[in-house]
Design a protein around this ligand. Sequence first.
Ligand SMILES: [Zn+2]
Length: 119
Amino acid sequence: MSKIIKQICCANIYQFYQNVKCGKPAKVESNEKFYCGVHDPEKMQANRDKFMNKCRAERLSEMKVEAEKLAEKAVLMHKAECFDELLLALRDVIAVADQSTVEFDKARAAIAKATGSVA
Ligand SMILES: [Zn+2]
């Protein structure tokens, strides 16, 4: 009868406030060390990679949303920067070519809305 030595998992685990060996029956051998199914280095690395990829995907998604909000804010800021200049230009056009047409009435209404005054 051959002598079979039962291998146990050599992974260090933290249990009851101290580091101890896992000690479960080994299922895999890696680099001349034995590990149980839970502490199989390849499986653990695959789980870590899967988790990191999930975290990266979530962060990338969050960053895309943040980038879209920043782009929207940049457009609003650009419009705000143009506001005074456009308002002044529209007032100047009204002043030199004031006519009683629907288009000029709309322009006067837009100026009133922008300045908060009554048309
Ligand atoms: Zn183990």
